[in-house]
Design a protein around this ligand. Structure first.
Ligand code: PLP
Length: 389
């Protein structure tokens, strides 16, 4: 039996009846666009994140894009984010016409390194006398925002980031697309910055049966802006206050997510138990397991290990019916699409090292201890072979 990286079928089987019923109900009512389930899910998910408001949008990428706009980020602005992230974080910044300013990540958590943010600001920016804003000494553009990413399900170190943001009047938008239910010092991610952005892409910890996303915030103005932006720029039908987009969360997806939200904590618990078992087993091997800092609650969207020859391990496991993934094989600054940013190879050594050493092992709530044991045995065989070449 093959062990997939993520097995969505097992999860569906466990809640099929409830999901089917919820979908049929929407189809029968025919309220496909911004139906009552969207409202309900916005209420319940924002409550889950301990924030006041949630606005459902079409994807996690759109959540980031619209949150940036709602925070007033404009063409030509600069936005700091991590070099080690999924491409969508950078793309959302580009959608606004702003420029990503990348910084390296922490070698333990693989998340944005707050001290590197300070370094970047001190080296590249100065405070403009007239406005008090940070202006790039080279480009003459304003730095307006930081997007920390809670990558793999582990929270970014938010306190020092918030301190930097306060000092320089920057907005903080959390990319929580991989971290539903994750906590930083007891606080749910998404509730810590000015806005939090979630994806409900099927494979995420809370996933729909298609695309979906949400912006959560305690800021009424950000909420109102995102609401208009997702719906052509209107508050009242046919009265367009701003030029908006068409980016709404489908009612059918909201109905499915309402069912799944009830199980999210249970599923995250299973992920954490699986991670614990992996961690125990991997101790005996020359593999670097993921770290969970004492201030963090990791929800293991991905179980990412480091090893010297990830490509060989991938082939080895693949030929034994175990799927793996690479998250991510090329950091943002070395992607062709971002050549124009002008970063050279070697500028973000931690991100570049990770891109060569990381490999993700199967991780999903329904993964069981027998499967983990089997994966461990294969890993042992691989490590044994590597030591004897
Ligand atoms: C999945 C993801 C996104 C984008 O979400 P989509 O719903 O696929 O658009 C953004 N950032 C990160 C870190 C992600 O993992």
């Amino acid at each position: 039996m093959q062990i997939r990286l993520v097995d969505l079928k097992a999860q569906y089987r466990s809640i099929a009846e409830e999901v089917n019923e919820a979908v049929l109900k929407v189809i029968e009512k025919g309220n496909f666009i911004l139906g009552k389930e969207v409202d309900l899910f916005e209420q319940q998910f924002s409550q889950y994140c301990s924030v006041k408001y949630g606005v459902g949008v079409a994807s996690g990428t759109d959540a980031l894009h619209l949150a940036l706009r709602a925070c007033g980020v404009k063409k030509g602005d600069e936005v700091i984010t991590a070099a080690n992230t999924f491409i969508a974080t950078a793309l959302a910044i580009s959608f606004v016409g702003a420029n990503p300013i990348l910084v390296d990540v922490d070698p333990e958590t693989y998340n944005i390194d707050p001290s590197k943010i300070s370094e970047c600001i001190e080296e590249q920016y100065e405070i403009e006398q007239l406005t008090g804003k940070l202006i790039n000494k080279q480009t003459g553009k304003y730095l307006t925002t930081i997007i920390p990413v809670h990558l793999y399900g582990h929270p970014a170190d938010m306190d020092p980031i918030l301190e930097i943001a306060r000092k320089y009047q920057l907005k903080v938008i959390e990319d929580a697309c991989q971290a539903h239910g994750s906590e930083y010092k007891g606080r749910r991610v998404g509730s810590i910055g000015d806005a939090g952005c979630f994806s409900f892409y099927p494979a995420k910890n809370l996933g729909a049966c298609g695309d979906g996303g949400m912006v959560v915030t305690n800021d009424k103005n950000i909420k109102e802006q995102v609401k208009m932006l997702r719906d052509y720029g209107q508050k009242v039908k046919y009265h367009y206050e701003i030029k908006g987009f068409n980016s709404r969360l489908d009612t059918i997806q909201a109905a499915i997510l309402l069912v799944k939200l009830k199980y999210l904590d249970e599923w995250n618990k299973s992920r954490r138990e699986n991670a614990k078992l992996y961690n125990q087993m991997l101790k005996s091997l020359r593999i670097i397991p993921p770290v969970e800092k004492e201030w963090a609650k990791h929800v293991y969207h991905l179980y990412v290990i480091r090893i010297k020859r990830p490509k060989e391990l991938h082939d080895f496991l693949n030929s034994r019916d175990i799927s793996t993934g690479f998250h991510y094989p090329i950091p943002i600054h070395l992607q062709k699409a971002y050549q124009s940013l002008g970063y050279k190879k070697g500028v973000f050594p931690v991100s570049e090292m990770l891109s060569k050493e990381v490999i993700s092992l199967p991780m999903f709530p329904d993964l069981n201890c027998y499967q983990i044991k089997k994966i461990f045995e294969m890993l042992s065989d691989f490590c044994y072979q590597m030591n004897h070449i």
